[in-house]
Design a protein around this ligand. Structure first.
Ligand code: SF4
Length: 287
């Protein structure tokens, strides 16, 4: 179901850039997400989205962005893609993200996008304009296997489509890389899988890999994930319960070995394990 809502405020500000992506302002144009990843943290109770499959479109979001952006005294990276995917299927028809990027380009703000969709390529020209300041697109890829990806992320484009989109962006000088997270314990945490993702990322023009070998689990999101495990991977739930109990952080037992593998491959391929952030001109002048 799709409904339209009015938002009070669009951009939420962070006092300093976040450590993963350097984001100063978070922008969500929708609530809910059609990609329906079985592990999605946005189902947690704290976000108060009761039916995550229902999509709410913030119909006044672009007006708010036009008002809010010029009032920001600090030029910092606008990030989108943490609570929903800005390129989920409805975006093809609504073009909220595409139009928001146009406003960001006009105001010459830097941008960081997290997505699982090749639809981002539609906005290549706008991203190229923004990249005069700073534009980065991080593709979330947690398995190199298209079939496994379809089971875990049923509404998202195939993994191979994400690599192809990455290649297109990189060929047009857009900074791009992989958010290699969450790597699901007992499902995706194998050396073969991690090596395949990093190798294909290198071949597709990625410049950075941001790994996290585990998943977070809490309240109703854990319940949802476990119900999906029962259906898709019978017998795996008891293994999770034994290994992680009620813990929020469910790290892969292979995490340190996989980090080492990731470091070795990234060294060999010239990939960074931290993405370059937007640097304001004043800081550049001081260098
Ligand atoms: S794409 Fe992201 S926000 Fe959407 S369901 Fe998947 S994990 Fe959640």
């Amino acid at each position: 179901m799709v409904t339209e809502i009015q938002a009070r405020v669009l951009l939420s500000s962070h006092p300093k850039p976040d450590p993963w992506f350097g984001i100063r302002y978070t922008m969500n144009l929708y609530r809910g997400c059609q990609h329906q990843c079985i592990y999605c943290d946005s189902r947690s109770e704290c976000y108060r989205i009761d039916d995550f499959a229902d999509i709410q479109v913030k119909v006044n979001a672009l007006d708010l962005l036009r008002k809010e952006l010029p009032r920001k005294r600090t030029k910092g990276t606008v990030g989108t893609g943490s609570m929903n995917d800005p390129y989920m299927p409805i975006e093809a028809e609504r073009n909220m993200t595409g139009r928001a990027l146009g406003i960001i380009a006009e105001h010459q703000f830097p941008v960081h996008i997290i997505t699982k969709s090749d639809l981002v390529v539609r906005d290549l020209a706008t991203l190229q304009a923004i990249s005069q300041v700073y534009a980065a697109v991080s593709f979330t890829i947690t398995t190199a296997d298209d079939d496994l990806g379809k089971r875990l992320e049923p509404g998202a484009p195939r993994v191979s489509a994400r690599f192809a989109a990455m290649q297109t962006l990189a060929a047009h000088n857009i900074l791009t890389g992989v958010t290699l997270m969450p790597v699901l314990p007992f499902i995706e945490d194998t050396a073969d899988n991690i090596a395949a993702i990093i190798t294909r990322a290198r071949d597709s023009g990625a410049t950075y890999i941001l790994p996290a070998f585990g998943v977070t689990l809490r309240d109703r999101q854990r319940d949802y994930y476990y119900a999906k495990l029962d259906r898709l991977f019978p017998g795996l739930r008891p293994r999770y319960e034994r290994a992680f109990g009620q813990r929020y952080s469910a790290s892969s037992p292979n995490a340190s070995r996989l980090y080492q593998l990731c470091r070795d491959l990234c060294d060999r391929y010239g990939l960074a394990l931290k993405m370059p952030f937007y640097q304001p001109p004043t800081q550049l002048a001081l260098l």
